[in-house]
Design a protein around this ligand. Sequence first.
Ligand SMILES: [Zn+2]
Length: 126
Amino acid sequence: MTDQPCPCGSGKKFKACCELYLSDQAYPNAAEPLMRSRYCAYSMGNLAYLRKTWHPDTCPNLNEEDLETQWTRLEVIKSKPGLKQSVVEFKAWYTENDQEHVIHEISLFKLYKKRWVYIRPLTKWP
Ligand SMILES: [Zn+2]
């Protein structure tokens, strides 16, 4: 797995990309790599990482059933980095009952205790 291309679609190998974050060797220094690593955490069922990268005020009560989706691909469409808040727009594909589906989200991230964390989806670009 670690020598395979990273599931987040960065073009890097997993071991040189999101594995560093998922295995706690590093923490993403910007919202876009954080968003990509969260996609990997969803596809690999890493609940602890999702909690760690979610703002405590908006983090839902996640459980294993939330991670059963079969994610197949991620595409980052646009990202707007900021000093204290960043926005990342993405599409993520998954399969369910042999059908391919896609979610399209504009996500808000903020710097919290010096680390980027996920806040919530936005309905439009801010
Ligand atoms: Zn990655």
